[in-house]
Design a binder for this molecule. Sequence first.
Ligand SMILES: [Mg+2]
Length: 276
Amino acid sequence: MPANPTDPRPGLDAIFFDIDDTLFSTSEFAQKAREASVEAMIKVGLEVEKEVLLQELQEVVTEFTSNYDHHFDQLLRRIPKRYFKGVNPAIIIAAGVVAYHDTKIRELAPYPDAVRLLRQLARVPELVRGIITSGLMIKQAEKLVRLGVYDLLTPTAIFISDQIGINKPNPKLYRRACSDLNLKPARCIYVGDRPRSDVDPPNALGMITVQLKRGGRHEKEEGKTKPSHEVRDFDELKGILERDFALAIPGDDAPRSGTGGHEATPPGMEALQPSV
Ligand SMILES: [Mg+2]
């Protein structure tokens, strides 16, 4: 929001973020987790080269999508049985699954500049800090909890495609987020990495779009429209917020905004806690 009513710069009521390859490097994490998994499978007796297994696993993910539940089962079905003679296949699959989850606990971390900006934005009075993400409900919610960013978001502003019944790139997902919170799209920013799903749809509604270009896998994708802004990181985004939107971003010692934090836990989120 402008610092004073005569300021000609556009007002801002909300900033929504994508999760994958925006708040953390999904691509880098997936690579580390897959490597740890195939190494663990080899360790319990699967006699196949690591690079061959990684290639097969990549094909499984491409063919069955990243949200499929049985990647390691399918991976092992592709391998002739003579390569794990005398070893129970369930142990090989379990070794892969355990190594994947261990990597998640150890390595899943947000970009430091993303957390820094979210922490500062949580101190801007009345500014909504939300999420609009594509993916499975619990999987996406788990990422927010594990990344440690949930506490910095406006609890009522988390929109997961699986939970809404509308997926990217349908602009209706973005419209639903704005209308649920009674926000005008023109006063909302969306920050994401993919031109076709994170820039074109919110542009179609008149939202302000920011494409994050920090070398992720979708950076070269061609969208139909251009983002309002391109940034390399969240420090650059902070500069835009201050310069183009006159957003007064308080320092880290300022009190927290009344719109975020723990004061309202949306129904269902409590159920997540024991599984983390
Ligand atoms: Mg993304």
